[in-house]
Design a protein around this ligand. Structure first.
Ligand code: C2O
Ligand code: CU
Ligand code: CU
Length: 538
């Protein structure tokens, strides 16, 4: 038995089970020549150093201890080689350092205070995606502030540790502003999370890497433009370049150890089928957390779907890799299931590449694309062990008397939730504070994938029915749930024909009626009105 084998067996034993052992340890034996999936740039193109969160600058990390001032305004970031890209970003000055779209790191239970200053030429408001706050801090579009205005946030961070995020939520302008760059992470820390970090020796920005994946289109000057046509308003905006941490075709140098990637799909509409590959071989990796924090146990997978707004935390085992090895974070090809044909003359029900996709020169929705090149550059003696249990996550329980149905479909030229499109003052759903409900959400057969997001509350998934094959094959239990359905969620992908049952618990400490949003996180769908208010009645 080689040292390596023995070490892995010991780790497996210590971790108490096969689930905790990333089988990826063995991939290096079958190394194959580098070969990128069809249509994507060869590996040589991935030469730009990944923008890794540091102590300042773009995606710099702020350990939040006092009030912040966040200014939304244009920024210059050179994304495309040599071209100073103009985008929109949140700017923070803190202890003599400048941050652009800072990653905010906050302890669970602490107080958070921030002032948004709107230096854009149009209204905006920040929404803290996934945080359990009252309606005023959740920042429904009715609270948007005009150009030149300001908005003050103050709330207790009640969420457990996890990878949350923030982005604009103004009326009709969410897709545009998020696309143009306004978005970053809100990372919450707690004891369970600290224990995992210790077990694995994780350091934010070194071995614990937030990755925001966003597809964009650039004009010749390297500038982002947002002007969706009618077809893109129906299908969602799909860009031809996929950026990771605002880096085009990025490369990351790794050591032989465990890594955690906190992956956020910050794209307007593109879904990713995330896998790690070495050559043509897909590697095992572990899902450790979903939108609302750690799973009970790590789940071994080879791929997960991640739709806009969703987060997944994964552990990649590079302990057995060798210097010079390359591992790719990639999005595998899948059927985007754009079953609605909006464009004149497009065949109804056409499948495969999707229509919008056809019209698009670049990278169709569902196409295979490499996202990040990981080069193993350093040997390291590493002693981290993945714990068999990550958290004391309560079992999923319906525990609810009332069940409520939602239908997602396109009718009369609009994407609708129970026939409704968004109206600022209309409140189609009223729930009682402190009660629990089962929400049964059905996506019509002839539809599109809709990543549905609930503001103000996290939920557990009880059942996934009617899934297309590409989703059904990921099921880990009799309820059709995938590994990524096992934790707390605030955003959930529904494929055409699927019905999901989720357990909602409307307990919160806020007095008085609170109005929140339930919407599709395909941001073009959201701005086009696939969103409803729900009121939590005190
Ligand atoms: Cu991330 Cu209502 O949105
Ligand atoms: Cu949200
Ligand atoms: Cu949608």
């Amino acid at each position: 038995m080689t040292d390596l084998t023995r070490r892995n067996l010991l780790i497996a034993a210590a971790a108490g089970g096969a689930a905790a052992l990333a089988g990826g340890a063995w991939w290096y034996r079958a190394r194959m020549p580098e070969h990128a999936p069809g249509g994507t740039p060869g590996p040589g193109a991935f030469v730009n150093p990944l923008l890794v969160p540091g102590a300042s600058g773009a995606l710099g990390v702020i350990d939040v201890k006092g009030p912040l001032t966040m200014v939304a305004k244009p920024a210059q970031i050179a994304i495309l080689n040599g071209k100073p890209g103009r985008l929109l970003a949140y700017h923070v000055e803190q202890e003599g350092r400048s941050f652009v779209n800072p990653i905010l790191r906050v302890r669970s239970g602490s107080e958070f205070q921030a002032r948004l200053e709107n230096a854009l030429d149009e209204p905006t408001i920040i929404h803290w995606h996934g945080l359990s706050v009252d309606a005023r801090n959740d920042a429904h579009p009715e609270f948007q502030v005009a150009a030149g205005g300001a908005y003050d946030y103050e709330f207790a961070v009640a969420n457990r540790a996890g990878t949350y995020w923030y982005h604009p939520h103004p009326d009709l302008l969410t897709a545009k502003q998020a696309y143009l760059g306004l978005a970053s992470f809100f990372i919450v820390d707690d004891e369970e999370e600290r224990a995992l970090r210790q077990a694995l020796g994780l350091e934010l920005g070194e071995s614990d890497i937030p990755l925001v994946i966003q597809d964009k289109n650039f004009d010749a000057a390297g500038t982002l433009a947002y002007a969706p046509d009618e077809e893109q308003k129906v299908n969602g905006f799909i860009g031809s370049e996929v950026l990771v941490n605002l880096t085009q075709r990025p490369r990351f140098e790794a050591a032989t150890r465990m890594y955690r990637f906190r992956i956020l799909n910050g794209s307007n509409a593109r879904i990713y089928r995330l896998a790690f590959r070495s050559g043509e071989q897909h590697l095992d990796y572990l899902v450790s957390a979903t939108d609302g924090g750690l799973l009970h146990r790590p789940q071994k997978v080879q791929e997960v779907f991640l739709s806009p707004g969703e987060r997944v935390e994964v552990l990649l085992d590079l302990r057995a890799a060798r210097e010079g090895d390359t591992v790719w974070l990639t999005s595998r090809e899948f059927d985007p299931m754009h079953l609605e044909a909006p464009a004149a003359g497009a065949p109804a029900g056409a499948h495969g590449a999707g229509h919008g996709a056809m019209a698009m020169a670049g990278l169709p929705d569902g196409a295979a694309v490499d996202l990040l090149r990981i080069d193993v550059a350093r040997k390291l003696s590493y002693h981290g062990v993945v714990p068999a249990q990550l958290s004391r996550l309560a079992p999923r329980e319906p525990g609810a008397a009332q069940s409520r149905k939602f239908l997602l479909e396109r009718s009369a030229d609009r994407w609708r939730i129970n026939g409704e499109v968004f109206e600022m003052k209309k409140i189609p759903v009223v729930v009682k504070r402190g009660t629990s409900e089962i929400w049964e959400i059905r996506n019509a057969e002839k539809s599109m994938p809709h990543p549905m997001h609930v503001h103000g509350f996290h939920f557990r998934v009880l059942e996934r029915r009617g899934s297309p094959e590409q989703q059904a094959r990921l099921a880990v239990d009799g309820q059709g749930l995938a590994a990524t359905d096992l934790g707390w969620k605030d955003t959930l992908l529904l494929w055409p024909g699927e019905t999901l049952r989720i357990a909602m618990d409307f307990s919160h400490p806020f007095k008085g009626d609170q109005v929140f949003l339930f919407h599709c996180h395909n941001l073009e769908h959201e701005d086009e009105g696939m969103m409803i208010n729900f009121k939590v009645q005190a």
